[in-house]
Design a binder for this molecule. Structure first.
Ligand code: 13P
Length: 228
């Protein structure tokens, strides 16, 4: 994909997140890994509704600004993003937001780990809550690192959600799936609780995931269920 298209895709994702009410004020951040090993990132302290391609900054693997309009610094959560790229060579984009229902689970310290809805079983598997970390510090990358090998989406305790993907749209779609699943789970809970899908059926879904849909990314349940 061309450089300008990547920038526009990041802006589209930012605008969608704001329109959906997943980010208030300056919340949320998006980054993309570029072919030359540098990264495009949203700047810190700007509403995602106002992001335009010229506001994005280019940084190196340490978070040092290589290119950017005067006064624009990368997101304060860039250490969290860079850790995702370090742990996962397959990851080309990282999206962080505070979608309200999923973040409700993060605040309640409740993982979204019931295998109860087909679409989510296929695409995300279980979504854990990673331990608390002070935003912008190395506590956050340290807290998420142990989960990144098996998860494309995690909840950040008392904070929000993080999704990774091969590109910005894939990571964004995972965040959409997470928020919808959080809403469905909450509704099921209000109705007396979700009915989980039996293991044999999960195995069939895993077959579909690999051989029919060719869904990318990690899946925590795949090994768990197949090896049992
Ligand atoms: P930035 O504006 O620095 O990206 O921070 C927003 C945010 O959501 C912090 O968690």
């Amino acid at each position: 994909m061309k450089y300008q298209q990547i920038k526009e895709q990041i802006c589209d994702v930012c605008h969608k997140m704001w329109q959906l009410g997943w980010v208030a004020a300056n919340d949320g951040n998006v980054s993309v890994r570029l072919e030359d090993g540098t990264f495009l990132a949203t700047p810190t302290g700007i509403s995602k509704s106002f992001i335009t391609p010229d506001k994005l900054v280019i940084i190196d693997g340490e978070g040092k600004v290589l290119e950017g309009a005067p006064g624009y610094k990368p997101s304060s959560e860039i250490k969290m993003h860079l850790r995702c790229y370090k742990e996962r060579p397959d990851v080309g984009a990282v999206v962080h937001a505070h979608p309200p229902t999923a973040t409700g689970y993060a605040v309640a310290n409740k993982p979204l780990d019931e295998y109860s809805m087909i679409e989510t079983v296929l695409t995300l598997g279980s979504v854990p809550v990673t331990p608390y970390g002070t935003p912008s510090t190395y506590e956050v990358p340290e807290a998420i690192a142990p989960y990144l090998g098996k998860h494309d989406v995690v909840l950040l305790q008392n904070h929000g959600a993080l999704a990774v993907g091969a590109d910005a749209v894939t990571a964004y779609y995972r965040m959409e799936t997470l928020e919808l699943f959080a809403k469905i789970s909450l509704t099921a809970h209000l109705l007396g609780g979700a009915k989980e899908i039996p293991m044999q059926q999960i195995d069939k879904l895993m077959d579909l995931r690999d051989n029919y849909y060719h869904i990318s990314g990690k899946h925590p349940g795949y090994k768990k269920y197949s090896e049992e």
